[in-house]
Design a protein around this ligand. Structure first.
Ligand code: ATP
Ligand code: MG
Length: 682
């Protein structure tokens, strides 16, 4: 039997990238929808087919979901090419984000780099809380009234780490209002690092920072690097300096390195990512890279490509990619004017159902928005009409108090020195307040055996009975005599009575805990479960009853950032107004504004056949500076200039409100809530 040659499906440039086999590092730089991710998946399959060991490949993607999707694609290619009966995708044990692979490597090498193996990982919230606590302990919060908030402190710390720039420079360029605090911040960060060490916790930044540190030790660098023949990275434009350094240290000659990306889609510089990584890639390694560009777009129809190209062509930087598509005819991209956000929600719900009638399933449609909270009115509307949805890019599920509680029980068992988790857990016991909790955690911190210290702890009289129940639970969890997730069941049955005591809606909350238990079933160990969930939180569903079944149809709601790399037949973008895109928070410098333009470009290029940009004529902005919600008239995003309107079709809804279509004048803001709030401080 003649088996199909997977290379036959690719165009000449894609084929060139897939089969590249000399020692040079390889860069594929190309526009949206040109098949970069597809090419990478084919390359993985091609390498394996030609004898590469999947266990010695490292596949770095932007999310766990993206990694799974890529493995699936590679698996399909392999099976077709090799006629494999089995449906299992290639087993690439090293696939995931830089952070998750960092966590795995650090865990493995812990004994050799001075880390305790059972470290736990703080999510953003825990890290902020710890920063707040340390700040309080060293007395900055009381004495220095205008000292930056804990979130800002963490932001500064994180930026210094990820960009590898000195503190003074970061303050100058990004936090100019904090420059006066340089010395204090240094002291604070020193104490924060100390606290993490004492508690045996790592934050997100440590996962990269320690990995890079490990690679700066020649013996280890040699050993770790030699474990991998190939390192392949998707979405390279959104990596930061530290990640580029790690890649370089893993493969200094660049042999076996493949990266793909699009400079026009760089949208993470607010987190320290730098587009310089992809631009400088050709000359970063000890030998120059081979560069392949792809020009044919396979995703979108010509009208959608035209509209997206118009938006990006107006950017300050020049992106040199010239995309064309052979998917010629199709509907023009639409700009839909609606009176306000409530009507926007109604229009989108109507439109989604109308498309479904026309044969476009809910799953092949997505609603995208700038910020996670922008979808709230739509979520209500969808729930009202029983339209199932899954929301990506929100942290809500793990942020719910009861989910945090149960996770904290597991974390505290995993790492008895983790104070944030411990503090949360022991105060679930009636009669134990912050003072007793602190006394206990101090005793545990100083003890050679934290478990013994906990067992010897004298709780306040009121807590005695409950305390006994907890110590026995804790001992079983720490001793891990029970396999995961059975130990989780034990923790849940301990926690539920507390939940019922604390919350009137315990019944609903219990459903979330059941969902958590179901998720746990997919992980081999407690440690992996905690790590993966912390690094890549699960999505939220409309009915709170767990991830939808595969055969169920549901609409996708996502932030634009989380929609990266994906595609849908129909895409509806919410709030395409000034103040949302560009975000009110981002209109400071022209670099920030340019990044918002690229964000809109990313959103638009997700669409295959139908693209709607919805423009509410009136919408709320939430002032962070304490002003609460305010009404403001905004108007179409500045990124869709009058001159580009030819690339769009404009419609107003409801029809009667066509008069609301903004004239040039109406588009100018009638007021600036920012100026007003600024004036309040003068
Ligand atoms: P993005 O920049 O958004 O990440 P991308 O460059 O990674 O996009 P892919 O997601 O890999 O693009 O591909 C876009 C679409 O084009 C996918 O549906 C993919 O299956 C399809 N595609 C890619 N290459 C080909 C090809 N040679 N023939 C047919 N379809 C292709
Ligand atoms: Mg891609």
């Amino acid at each position: 039997m003649q088996l199909p040659d997977p290379l036959a499906e690719l165009n000449a440039q894609q084929r060139e990238a897939v089969t590249h086999d000399d020692q040079r590092p390889l860069l594929v730089i190309a526009g949206a929808g040109s098949g970069k991710t597809n090419t990478l998946a084919h390359r993985v399959a091609h390498l394996i087919r030609n004898g590469a060991d999947p266990q010695r490949m490292m596949l770095l993607t932007f999310s766990r979901r993206a990694a799974q999707e890529m493995e699936r694609r590679a698996g399909t290619v392999l099976q077709r090419a090799m006629g494999l009966q089995s449906t299992t995708p290639p087993n690439l044990p090293w696939s995931g984000t830089f952070h998750s692979l960092g966590a795995r490597l650090l865990r493995e090498y812990a004994p050799r780099i001075g880390l305790a193996e059972n470290f736990t990982i703080h999510d953003r919230g825990d890290s902020e809380d710890l920063m707040g606590l340390v700040r309080h302990e060293i007395g900055f919060s009381e004495q220095k009234k205008r000292f930056p908030l804990k979130g800002t402190c963490l932001g500064i710390y994180s930026r210094v780490l990820n960009t590898r720039e000195p503190l003074a420079e970061v303050l100058q360029s990004v936090y100019p209002w904090c420059t006066q605090w340089e010395d204090e911040l240094k002291k604070l960060f020193g104490a924060y690092v100390e606290a993490k060490q004492q508690q045996n916790v790592l934050d997100y930044d440590d996962l990269l920072g320690f990995w890079a540190d490990m690679m700066s030790e020649p013996v280890l660098a040699q050993e770790v690097g030699a474990r991998f023949d190939h390192a392949l990275v998707d979405e390279y434009q959104d990596t930061n300096r530290l990640q580029a350094e790690i890649l370089l240290s893993m493969k200094p000659t660049g042999e076996g390195v493949t990266v793909v990306g699009d400079d026009a889609q760089s949208i993470y510089s607010f987190r320290g990512a730098t587009v310089r990584n992809i631009l400088d890639f050709p000359h970063r390694f000890s030998q120059p890279a081979r560069v392949v560009t792809l020009e044919r777009n396979y995703r979108s129809t010509q009208p959608i490509l035209d509209a997206s190209n118009a938006v990006i062509a107006a950017a300050r930087e020049r992106f040199t990619k010239n995309l064309y598509t052979e998917k010629g005819a199709g509907a023009k991209a639409q700009i839909v004017l609606v009176p306000d956000e409530a009507q926007q929600a109604r229009w989108v719900a109507d439109e989604v159902l109308r498309r479904r009638e026309g044969g476009v399933t809910l799953k092949s449609q997505a609603v995208l928005f700038r910020a996670s909270n922008h979808s709230a009115p739509l979520e209500l509307e969808l729930a009202r009409r029983n339209i199932p949805f899954v929301k990506f890019g929100g942290l809500k599920f793990l942020e719910a108090a009861h989910v945090k509680d149960l996770m904290a029980v597991l974390r505290f068992a995993q790492n008895p020195r983790g104070r944030m988790a411990g503090f949360r857990v022991v105060q679930l016991i009636p009669g134990i307040g912050p003072a007793s909790a602190t006394r206990l955690l101090d005793a545990m911190a100083d003890a050679p055996e934290p478990l013994v210290a906990l067992q010897q702890f004298e709780p306040p009289a009121a807590a005695r009975e409950e305390w006994a129940a907890f110590t026995s639970l804790y001992a079983s969890l720490v001793n891990t005599s029970l396999a995961f997730p059975a130990d989780m069941e034990l923790a849940r049955s301990w926690y539920v009575p507390h939940l019922e005591r604390m919350h009137d809606d315990a019944q609903v909350r219990k459903l979330d805990l059941e969902q958590l238990a179901r998720m746990a079933a997919a992980y081999p160990t407690r440690e992996r479960f905690l790590t993966e969930l912390t690094l890549d939180p699960p999505e939220v569903t409309s009915d709170q009853s767990g991830p939808p079944l595969l055969d169920e149809d549901y609409l996708i709601l996502s932030t634009i950032h989380s929609a990266k790399g994906q595609e849908w037949k129909a895409v509806h973008v919410l709030n395409v107004v000034d103040g949302c895109i560009p975000s009110d928070m981002a209109t400071g410098t022209s670099e920030e504004i340019e990044e918002e333009r690229r964000l809109l470009y990313v959103a638009m290029t997700r669409a295959k056949e139908h693209l709607h940009l919805v423009v509410p004529q009136r919408f709320y902005v939430t002032q962070q500076s304490g002003g609460g919600d305010r009404h403001m008239y905004a108007g179409r995003s500045r990124f869709i200039a009058e001159a580009m309107m030819g690339a769009f079709e404009q419609l107003a809804w409801p029809q009667a409100d066509a008069s609301l279509a903004p004239s040039r004048e109406a588009q100018a803001p009638v007021m600036s809530v920012r100026d007003r709030s600024r004036a309040a401080w003068r």
